[in-house]
Write a protein that binds this ligand. Structure first.
Ligand code: ADP
Length: 269
């Protein structure tokens, strides 16, 4: 994007002139685009759950309801309020990440109970997906912020659920390669178009096509995962076949018994 304008110029003592200035404002233009996208995403994403909280509350206030119906509405209100909280937390996380204020409390963490906890938690909310866990190593210790690693894994696994048809199989595979402990999250879902792959971990990026437009989201989940994992000396990668499925892999430096020395027992590092 080029901005062209005239600028008055005084040269030497003799007089004035004008010059034609061409300035490349591509960066500013992109930042502006991102900002307006952000505002519309935020307002849309916050408005949708709020509308349903208000709608169902109004229904409950306006006429007496059978207990089963009441429970059903309350459950929806509860779920939507939880979704709002998660969204606001995502926005705040990104803000913290950008200002460099995110603090990671690193301790020795056993990865297996963490993974099992996240799977159990997500399974409650999806009866339609078959989540399988496959462990191929006994070195299952990392040094990290438990809550943040849990958040990264939750984001990836919930994406696999969100972007897979009902009945889809999801495989979580834990294995080691060299000094890294890797967790693959493999789904048989929508997959990701090739041209989207390089942008996937950018903030607010969402793959835009008719299959997904009705699936809510902010485009922040993967950016958050990327930041968390990089801050732990690891990396997130993705391999995907459009229309067939995706495999996201988190790799983190693994800690062997020997490497743990006397700092075991969950002390802060
Ligand atoms: P959100 O899900 O809120 O849109 P994310 O940052 O988590 O944001 O993901 C960015 C985009 O990547 C999503 O909009 C979706 O199109 C795509 N995506 C992420 N995970 C998967 C997956 N497992 N299968 C297919 N597409 C995915």
């Amino acid at each position: 994007v080029i901005k062209v304008y005239f600028e008055a110029l005084r040269y030497r003592e003799e007089g004035f002139g004008t010059i034609l200035v061409y300035r490349d404002i591509t960066k500013e233009y992109e930042v502006d685009q991102m900002k307006s996208e952000f505002v519309s995403t935020v307002s849309h994403e916050l408005r949708t759950p709020l509308a349903s909280v208000l709608g169902f509350t109004e229904l409950m206030l306006n006429k007496p309801l059978k207990p089963e119906r009441q429970t059903k509405y309350l459950q929806t209100i509860y779920n939507e309020a939880k979704r709002l909280t998660a969204l606001i937390n995502d926005f705040l996380d990104v803000q913290k990440m950008e200002s460099g204020k995110q603090i990671y409390e690193k301790k020795y963490v056993e990865i297996l109970p963490l993974i099992q906890k996240v799977i159990e938690h997500l399974e409650i909310n999806t009866e339609h997906h078959d989540i399988q866990l496959q462990i191929e190593t006994s070195d299952l210790m990392i040094l990290g912020d438990r809550i943040k690693i849990e958040q990264a894994f939750t984001n990836l696994l919930s994406n696999s659920i969100k972007y897979s048809p009902d009945g889809g199989r999801i495989l979580v595979r834990v294995h080691t390669r060299n000094d890294m402990l890797s967790i693959d999250i493999e789904d048989e879902g929508l997959g990701i178009p090739k041209e989207s792959l390089p942008h996937l971990f950018q903030k607010f990026y969402r793959v835009d096509n008719s299959d997904r437009r009705r699936i809510g989201g902010t485009g922040l989940g993967l950016a958050i995962v990327d930041e968390i994992i990089k801050s732990h000396g690891g990396q997130v990668t993705v391999v995907s076949q459009y229309g067939q499925g995706s495999t996201f892999t988190i790799s983190l430096p693994r800690v062997t018994q020997k490497g743990m020395g006397s700092n075991h027992d969950g002390q802060s590092i």
